[in-house]
Design a protein around this ligand. Structure first.
Ligand code: CA
Length: 230
């Protein structure tokens, strides 16, 4: 399976270079464009997995380009992560209304950016994908049912495996116990919600030796979240 391609649309060369470095480090392919026209040429030539789109561009703005791409059935499904230097609430709304799937406000941390890109790529990945998932030295291969943490193979029970697979496929989002029961155990089972806690504890224990247990976070009053953002 080839690496996802990220089209970076940003007019500032220094920012582009930083983004290229950050994304390649995470095993992503990077294609660069310095304005909307160049971005459109790239998209026609080869459809990217995701567009990292700067709001402020010379000529056609990022918001205008996002609107245009989302109107076109040929490009509508390409996820867009908007980069914006603005922090105003109105601008965030405008970014999302233009069709962007998410936005990151400059200055952003590279970890945050990587996590958001991963989250979007997971959301658009086909469900029940057999694609191997790798995050922070933790890798899970649905095809072979193997999990490696820091190079060591982990022995997980079937429920812990499914739970970890679900979390890694849907990072950065909080799931309640009821949602996890529904999505990991299936809708037709009658299991108490605290069963989830038991399996979470087992999964954390398995992840502990490699230090990956911290990725599985308890969100008080809400549920659990799998996050590499710390
Ligand atoms: Ca710019």
């Amino acid at each position: 399976m080839s690496a996802p391609t990220i089209l970076v649309v940003e007019d500032e060369a220094a920012v582009r270079e930083m983004l290229r470095f950050t994304l390649r480090q995470k095993g992503l392919d990077v294609v660069e464009a310095e304005d909307a026209a160049s971005a459109e040429r790239h998209i026609r030539k080869r459809r990217p997995s995701l567009i990292l789109l700067d709001w402020m561009l010379p000529g056609k703005s990022g918001v205008e380009l996002a609107r245009q791409l989302k109107r076109d059935p040929a490009t509508r499904d390409i996820p867009i992560l908007m980069l914006t230097a603005r922090g105003q609430e109105d601008d965030k709304v405008l970014a999302l209304e233009s069709g962007a799937d998410d936005y990151v406000t400059k200055p952003f941390s590279t970890r945050e950016l990587q996590a958001r890109i991963r989250a979007i790529l997971r959301r658009v990945a086909p469900p029940d994908s057999d694609q191997e998932i790798e995050m922070d030295g933790l890798s899970l291969d649905p095809a072979t049912h193997r999990v490696f943490a820091g190079g060591e193979k982990l022995e997980l029970g079937p429920t812990e495996f499914r739970l970890l697979h679900y979390f890694m496929a849907h990072p950065e989002r909080v799931y309640s116990r009821a949602q996890l029961l529904d999505r990991v155990w299936g809708t037709n089972v009658f299991i108490e919600e605290r069963t989830v806690d038991v399996h979470i504890r087992r999964l954390r224990k398995a992840l502990e030796p490699s230090g990956h247990d911290g990725l599985l976070q308890t969100v008080r009053g809400a549920g659990y979240r799998f996050s590499t953002k710390g």
